[in-house]
Design a protein around this ligand. Structure first.
Ligand code: DX5
Ligand code: ZN
Length: 215
């Protein structure tokens, strides 16, 4: 059974606390927080103050996905705000091993994310420093896009390498995850499914979460 991380990008920002509590009560495993700077991706979403507010209204594990050009400048602030996991993009600026070490030093879980055109092997040199690797199955920036099946061989390659090295690193998939696309991602090795629109736009949210959890 895969873990489910609803992305609040598709929630109602006027009622974020309520929308987080709704998914957690319905059985979600953690909350995925999409941070966008309008530079690394062509969209702007939310930042540190929102993570601070979320931390005050839920005990849920906060998986913070930083789609920002200069993560180095903000890692400490997101950790202090209450992120449980800080997820940086391999394609961003900065010294990846140093940033991953810094995240762990701050007592948080560390993760690296790769965009659709970045090969799985690009993460291999940093695998030991990652508690999780996120494979993007859409171009980051927007919710509601279609799943790219090219992500599946990347999940398989990462799973194989993680097993070969005997690591505890988890694999997450993000973008276009629905009840139809999730099963292939799970068989390819995904431990955690991020789903935004498939959860928050569902006619019956609790039932949709149950259906995801039963895959
Ligand atoms: C996209 C974000 C995703 C997004 C997923 O850049 O990283 O987390 O919210 O949305 P859906 O599930 O609608 O593709
Ligand atoms: Zn995301």
């Amino acid at each position: 059974m895969a873990l489910l991380a609803p992305s609040i990008l598709s929630a109602d920002f006027c009622a974020l606390g309520r929308d987080v509590q709704r998914v957690m009560q319905a059985g979600a495993d953690m909350i995925h927080v999409d941070v966008m700077d309008g530079h690394f991706v062509p969209n702007i979403s939310i930042g540190v103050p929102v993570v601070e507010s979320l931390r005050r209204c839920t005990d849920a594990f906060l998986d913070v996905h930083l789609m920002i050009s200069q993560p180095e400048k903000y890692i400490d602030a997101f950790a202090k705000a209450g992120a449980d996991l800080v997820n940086i993009h391999l394609e961003a600026e900065g010294d990846m091993p140093a940033m991953l070490r810094r995240i762990r030093q701050l007592g948080k879980q560390s993760a690296l994310t790769i965009k659709p055109r970045t090969p799985a092997e690009a993460v291999f040199p940093c695998l030991e420093l990652c508690d999780m690797v996120l494979v993007m199955s859409v171009e980051p920036g927007f919710g509601g896009q279609s799943f790219m099946p090219e992500s599946l061989p990347k999940l398989r390659a990462l799973r194989q390498e993680i097993t070969r090295r005997g690591l505890a690193c988890k694999l997450e998939i993000d973008g276009g995850i629905t009840l139809e696309t999730a099963p292939a991602a799970i068989s390819a090795g995904a431990d955690i499914l991020v789903a935004g629109s498939a959860v928050y736009k569902a006619p019956d949210l609790a039932r949709r979460i149950r259906d995801f959890k039963n895959l």
